[in-house]
Structure formats: structure tokens, C-alpha cells
Ligand binder design. Sequence first.
Ligand code: XUL
Length: 527
Amino acid sequence: MARFFLGLDSSTQSLSAVVIDLDSRKVVYDKSLNFDETLPQFKTRHGVLPNRDPLVKHSTPLLWLAALDRLFAQMKKDGVALGKILAISGSAQQHGSVYLNDTAEATLAGLNPKKSLEQNLEGVFARKTSPIWMDSSTAKECAEIRKKLGGIKYTASRTGSDAFERFTGPQIRKFYKTQPDAYARTAHIALVSSFLASVLAGKIAPIDFGDGAGMNLMDIRRKIWNHDALRSTAPGLVTKLPALTDSGRVIGPVSNYFVKKYGVNAAALATVWTGDNPASVVGLGLIKPGQVAISLGTSDTFFGTMEKCQTDENGEGHVFGSPAGGYMTLICFKNGSLAREKIREQYKIADWKTFGDLVEQAPPGNNGGILLPWFEAEIVPRVNQPGLHRFNLDANDVAANCRAVFEAQMLSMRLHSQWMQVAPEKILVTGGAASNRSLLQVLANVMNCRVEQIEVSKSAALGAALQAAHGWFAASDKEMKWDKLVAGFTAPVTGSEIRPDRKITKIYDAMLNKYAAREYEAVSVTV
Ligand code: XUL
């Protein structure tokens, strides 16, 4: 008998489902539903509610609920064997928070399949909207929390990260300061991941060590709530937070709502969800310490696995729990493809292939030309004021500017990932720009490492399905090692491996300090 597991991923812009068959080692179903397109009544743009303040980015939990109903209905329609699913897990955009009142527990326990999730749950919110990871309106609260915790280094070494605007703790503090009555009416604070896990399980779900580490509230080494951080954030917080636990741990049987309405197996287990980045780490098969991947997406992210917890003294990188045990690191560069797209638009370059050809026309190192491409406020390095900075670079030289934007991004990655002290044998690269071999060659040369493109259309949802399987085995007292579990599922390599050209790497070795000096100069001006 085939063993099926369902993984869901609620990202900023869409909800995805992946079903795996553990016995044939195949993804048997894979579907995404775009929020703006399929649920236009919520009036989101790219999954975000419009707001006059450009720093404020919220979404609404009702949208995520409506999407969940839609996707289950779609799976039923598509003939997915929901009656054979053994366990369900999920992942979600990190840091976003959901505020529930004291009716939530009873309502979750008695979801009525004759109504929609929206109708069932519309009365359980103590706050109508949810701040999400794109929000950067809490600089003041970050400064307050950081000060109370003893500065950047101590905030990072205790909670895994310095205080960041998008992290949940600063967001909770802002809510408490600006809407104290609504904060007082909040009985439970959930992350997007634990909120959706609560709906699937029909009870308040724990927060896992992966997503919990993105809150500035969890003691990263002991994996328990850090009481100094809770006190520095808002009063009475300890009573509003759920327990912390392993990703994928079984919460209980799936809520009857899904059994009655969509025909989900009544014995299916609902498990603890995690953040999209921790789920992607297992979806990409990064389970051995030292394995590294770069995702060239809307934002560029650099992540890898670590056995022991090591935090960034400068507070730029993050440490989260990995669903496979141990830790993962993440550095998030906000101006990823966003900056590359802007350059492409500005110079009216037809497509990415032409962009790659132009990169190759300019010499490696650009004769010392440097471009700092901060079209948006940047996370790493911290830049609050967007701005473009050109050094020894002619703005009219199209090829030089194409090369410069990507060289700067890669030099920044090399510079700001040094604290991890990992010397990977090979870097796996995913995301839209990963199919451009001219860019991958620059990456290999700057990082002085072999690189390989991998195909990961749904790494987070796949990771979530694997996490469901892991939780199911653990609950049945059968051990399933992570390396055995991921074998066969991790994404196929596309294209051959790209090796660094040592002569060119030397150019970048020499350029790194010059780049760092320019960056330092520009950051001092803009921050
Ligand atoms: C990570 C982060 C983003 C979101 C995207 O810290 O903020 O990658 O998780 O969904």
C-alpha cells in the first residue's frame, strides 16, 4: 500500500500543496493557488494589503483560510487520494503573526464543515490583520528591545538574530504600544505557520524551533522562551504564546472539518508546521552540516546547515532551528532579483539571456567599477534609505552595469557570510536567475566554489511533506533517518556543474576589501 503525505506551503503570494508517495519516492501532486488572482475579494497586491505607509505590510488571516478551503476543494476535484493521506504538515512565510481572542480554542475544536473556514473563524481574531515579513515599520521597537537585551551581539547570541523589523517580537511590541486594548484581548499569539497548523489540528498548535527562532523571543541554544526577551517585548507575553517543539511533531488527528468536507483520511495526523526557509532546507536535501544553498529569488537568500549553534556577532545573519535537527543559517538580501530586474528595465534589455550575454561582455572585476544596487531599503547590509551608488562606473555602459549589479550582490554575499565559517564543497543554486549560466559562472568565481543548479519548484512544500512523513514515523515509534527520507526526493540537478576559474577568483579576492570599503562608506551615508 502506498504511503501518502501532504505538505502545504503558505507563502507571501500563494498557497501550495505537494503530495508525496513515500514508497515510489515520487511527488504525485503539486499545485499552487495565487492569492491575488484566485481571491481578488481580499484586494491584496502580491499577497499584501494596500497601505498608505510604505513601511507597513500586512495581510489578513481570512485570506489564508479562504485559500486553504479552495486548495482542499481543488485537491478533491483533482482526484487526490486524500482518504489515504497519513499525515499533513506545512510551512509558511516566516515572522508574520496572528492574534486570537479567548473564543479561538473552542471555535477551533468545533469547526462546522457546513460552513467555510472563514465563516467558522471570523470571530476569533483580536486583530483583523497580520503584519508580515515585508513590514519594516518597527525600527523603534527593535532599538528598544536590542537596548534592553544588551546590544546587537547579545540579542543575536541569545535569540539567534539581532532585533529585526520584520521579526515577531518587535511587531508584538508595536501592537502592544499602539493598540493596548486589543493586545489585552489577545489570548493567543500564533505565527502564520502555527495558526494554519491550529486550523488543521482543530486546537492551538505549538510553534516549532525553526519558525520560533524568527521571533527574537526564543533562546536559540536552549530552545525555550527567553524570559528577558519576553519581558523586553510586552507584558504578559508568556501567557499568550504556545509551547515550542520540534517541527513535524504530531499534534493529533486532523480536524473532522477536513474529514467530513473533503474526505481526508480520519486517521491522518496533523503535525507542527515550520517556516518556509527551514522547510526549504530539508526540501533541498540540505541535512548534513556544511551544506549550502543560494536562492536567487525576489530576495536572494544564502542558507546552510550547522551542527552547533553559532551566531553572527554583527547581527546580520540569522540562526534558526532546522527541521532535521541542529541549526540552519540564513542571510536575506532584500534587493535580489528586484535589483537585477530594475537594471534590466532601466537599460531596456529584452530578456535574461541577453542580460547574461552583456555580463560576459564586461571584464571580470569591471576594471574596478562597483555598483551598490539598493533600489529598496536593504536588510544586509542594513540600509534604511534606498539608493544607487556607482564607483568608477559609467552609467551609460550597459554591459558594465549588468556585470556590476551581480558582482556586487555576490561580493556582498561572500563578505556577509564569512561569519558562518563554512567552506562548502559545492553550492547549490535555485531560483529564477539560477538558470542563467553566465551569472552562475560569476557566482562560482566570486565564491571560489563549484556550483550546481537545482530544480526546486516547491522546495518548501516538499520539505513540509517530508516533515509530515518524519513526524508520522516518530509517532509510530519507528525511526526514519532524515538522509534516508530525503533520498530520491531532492531536486534533480539541471545542467552540468560550474567550476570556478582560479585566475578570475584572484581578481575577486583582491576586490573584496575594496567592495567592503565602498559598502561601508555608502552605508554610513544612507543609514
Ligand atoms: C526570512 C524571511 C523571508 C520569508 C519569506 O527571514 O523573512 O524569507 O520567510 O516568506
